[in-house]
Design a binder for this molecule. Structure first.
Ligand code: AMP
Ligand code: ZN
Length: 476
């Protein structure tokens, strides 16, 4: 099956046919840097990181751009409150943003353009829109005239009249239509400002994404993504600006993730019901947070609670434990002979189920249940009293697949945290050597005592006819 994604523009799943065969251009609306980002904001950063890496895994040459909004009302308000320049607020939280993304295991984008570094390009696009009669100037402000763009409303699926009545929009008597939005804002005293043909001022929020998407990825791109709160007005306005200027389709596939909710409400800075990603990562490994999002389809709402995070941690530990136990069992196994064809085929079937789920609008929830099928199969083999050659091959294959998928899932790094330290490993080996001696001397009580006490500590001893190994206990 070919890769399909749900396109907000057409309201249906569509096969992905890139503008240029073999290449995917992808843009994600990035943060406004006036605070640390919260775990709700982390959802788009993580899920689109996984999708971008999956597309690469599938052989596409992916170019991925995420902007940083480093000039905005919220940044200015915070700067005034803290009595520091707006650039200082933006600088501090841009650095924090990059630090947190790295900790979350997000691969760096190909470009992270900033609004303040693209002012000339923003002015040039606004001039183009004025020249085309799509924008108008009033006393140093420039507005987009939505009535002049016939496709306005096509993304949110509403016409201008419906949007007018439904939207909470600022009333500005100078505007021709209440839905007209700011492209350029005249400077207010004390605010950061740049020279422009309309006097000193700063760009509106929507225009920067049109500029940066077209500058770095071209006038028509494949995927433009963000949270579902961005459909209207942000993405609707981006379409009006970009298509109004270029006359070409702006984006082929619009993707929008669902919200992370807390106690039934969207987690948001303005409601104050948020936990920063950096605080959550003090307590939980980034892989646990990735796992938490992977277990849900990206379009579904997801409820945040510590219990749910702990469930994800448990689920992740089941995968990691199986991987560690496979390593232990396979340690001295020689795979020189050719692999068992039957086993390879059976595992390939499980692998293709996983890929089918990922190709079906990135159904990570389904894909993770396929991973758990593999883990279950591995645990079943690991619990046997003696292993056949095909068992070893199956374990090897399962391990290889999970590791291969981790190139985009990015969850196995949890291993380092969980792995028994070297000294514990060696202590257990010493105990096993002693136990071996006790068994040789038929001191069964003592040898069983060692086994039982280790079992109480979560270490399981398995006596095979030819050797004894230890494993971590499998969590149920
Ligand atoms: P912001 O910094 O508010 O512009 O948000 C950055 C990104 O996070 C945007 O793509 C938003 O749509 C997304 N976002 C904000 N809040 C949530 C939430 N509670 N759940 C999921 N995504 C969110
Ligand atoms: Zn944007």
């Amino acid at each position: 099956m070919a890769l399909q994604v749900y396109n907000t523009l057409t309201n249906k799943k569509e096969e992905v046919v890139p503008v240029t065969p073999g290449k995917i251009t992808m843009y994600l609306c990035g943060p406004t840097v006036y605070d640390y980002f919260h775990i709700g904001n982390a959802r788009p950063f993580i899920v689109y990181d996984i999708f971008r890496r999956y597309l690469k895994y599938r052989g596409y040459d992916v170019k991925f751009v995420m902007n940083v909004t480093d000039i905005d009302d919220k940044i200015i308000t915070k700067a005034i409150k803290e009595a520091v320049p707006a650039s200082e607020v933006a600088g501090k939280y841009t650095n924090a943003f990059f630090e947190d993304l790295e900790k979350l295991g997000v691969e760096p984008a190909d470009e992270y353009p900033k609004a303040t570094e693209n002012i000339n390009e923003i002015i040039a696009l606004i001039e183009r829109l004025i020249d085309k009669g799509l924008a108008y100037q009033i006393e140093g402000d420039v507005y987009y005239s939505v009535a002049k763009f016939s496709g306005y409303g096509k993304l949110s699926g509403k016409n201008i009249e419906e949007l007018k009545s439904g939207a909470r929009i600022e009333i500005d008597a100078r505007k021709k239509n209440p839905l007209d939005f700011s492209l350029w804002k005249a400077a207010k005293p004390g605010e950061p400002a740049w020279d422009s043909p309309w006097g000193k001022g700063r760009p509106g929020w929507h225009i920067e994404c049109s500029v940066m998407s077209m500058k770095y990825l071209g006038e028509t791109i494949d995927i433009h993504a963000g949270g579902s709160d961005l459909v209207f007005p942000h993405h609707e306005n981006e379409i009006a600006q970009s298509e109004g200027a270029s006359g070409k389709p702006f984006v082929k596939y619009w993707m929008h993730n669902g919200f992370l909710n807390i106690e039934g409400e969207k987690m948001s800075k303005s409601l104050g019901n948020f936990f920063t990603a950096r605080d959550i990562m003090k307590k939980y490994h980034a892989s646990v947070i990735r796992m938490f999002f992977l277990q849900k389809h990206y379009k579904s709402p997801v409820s945040f609670s510590e219990d749910r995070i702990l469930e994800s941690q448990n689920a992740l530990e089941r995968i990691i434990t199986a991987m560690q136990n496979i390593d232990i069992v396979l340690k001295d196994i020689d795979f020189e002979d050719n692999d068992d064809q039957k086993v390879v085929e059976q595992i390939a079937g499980l692998k293709s189920e996983f890929l089918k789920n990922m190709d079906d609008d990135f159904n990570t929830a389904g894909a993770m249940s396929n991973i758990f099928d593999l883990v279950k199969e591995a645990n079943h083999i690991l619990s046997k009293t003696s292993l056949l050659r095909e068992d070893y091959i199956t374990l090897k294959e399962i391990r290889a697949i999970i590791e291969e998928f981790d190139s985009f899932l990015g969850i196995l790094s949890y291993k380092e945290e969980m792995h028994t330290s070297v000294s514990e490993d060696s202590l257990i080996s010493i105990l096993l050597d002693v136990r071996e001696q006790l068994r040789k001397e038929k001191l069964w009580n003592l040898s069983d005592e060692i086994r039982d006490k280790l079992a109480n500590l979560g270490v399981e001893i398995k006596d095979y006819p030819d050797k004894t190994i230890w494993m971590k206990k499998i969590k149920s």
